[in-house]
Design a protein around this ligand. Structure first.
Ligand SMILES: CC(C)(COP(=O)(O)OP(=O)(O)OC[C@H]1O[C@@H](n2cnc3c(N)ncnc32)[C@H](O)[C@@H]1OP(=O)(O)O)[C@@H](O)C(=O)NCCC(=O)NCCS
Length: 168
């Protein structure tokens, strides 16, 4: 059985190994390690999927700033990864759903991400550019997405991501 829980300090190496296995490069593993040391890190939004005491997946949401309305509680979800041998079993879906639930419980309103619209639209993500937000990363417009998990603030404009995102 797969359990989704907050990561613990003992999970750090296993989380890095998950992302190193899930993605083609170590960039996402390095990003997670850097974000963990950043002021924008939210421990309650770093979640692991555990099966038989092994960490088989991880998702992280980190605080970001809506520049024209800095009091709006907003996050970016990145990365999410599941070890290749366990993909396609619903673990990624459970991680994203748990992250959105935890974001709502934590009082956040907006969750941004940069990912495949086919995968993420099922969770309520929709294009953030059309909604009036400026993409802070050099990703294609169609992958820049937004889910509302609390109040829907009538604002848009530029976003400021924590410094480690400058290196991806
Ligand atoms: C994307 C990922 C987290 C999904 O986890 P998972 O446990 O395989 O997902 P689930 O079993 O819950 O759902 C499977 C669905 O995800 C889709 N999917 C799998 N990998 C995907 C990818 N890289 N991009 C988009 N969709 C993907 C499958 O097609 C499947 O869709 P379906 O339900 O319509 O058949 C996982 O495949 C992964 O770690 N991929 C490599 C890393 C990555 O690309 N992360 C996302 C970008 S941040």
């Amino acid at each position: 059985m797969v359990l989704i829980t907050q990561e613990t300090p003992a999970d750090t190496d296993a989380v890095a190994a998950v992302h190193a296995a899930a993605f083609p490069t170590d960039d996402e593993a390095i990003l997670v390690d850097a974000l963990r040391e950043n002021d924008a890190f939210e421990p309650s939004l770093s979640l692991v999927a555990r099966e038989d005491d092994d960490v088989v997946g991880h998702v992280l949401c980190t605080r970001i700033t809506v520049e024209d309305a800095p009091s709006i509680p907003a996050l970016t979800l990145a990365p999410v990864g599941v070890v290749p041998e366990e993909q396609g079993r619903g673990i990624g879906t459970s991680l994203v759903e748990a992250a959105l639930d935890a974001a709502a419980e934590g009082g956040f309103d907006l969750v941004f991400l940069h990912g495949d619209p086919v995968f993420y639209s099922r969770f309520g993500f929709h294009p953030a550019g059309i909604r009036g937000f400026e993409n802070p990363l050099e990703t294609p417009p169609e992958v820049f997405m937004l889910a509302t998990v609390g109040d829907d603030p009538e604002t848009g404009g530029p976003l400021s991501y924590p410094e480690p995102f400058d290196h991806i």
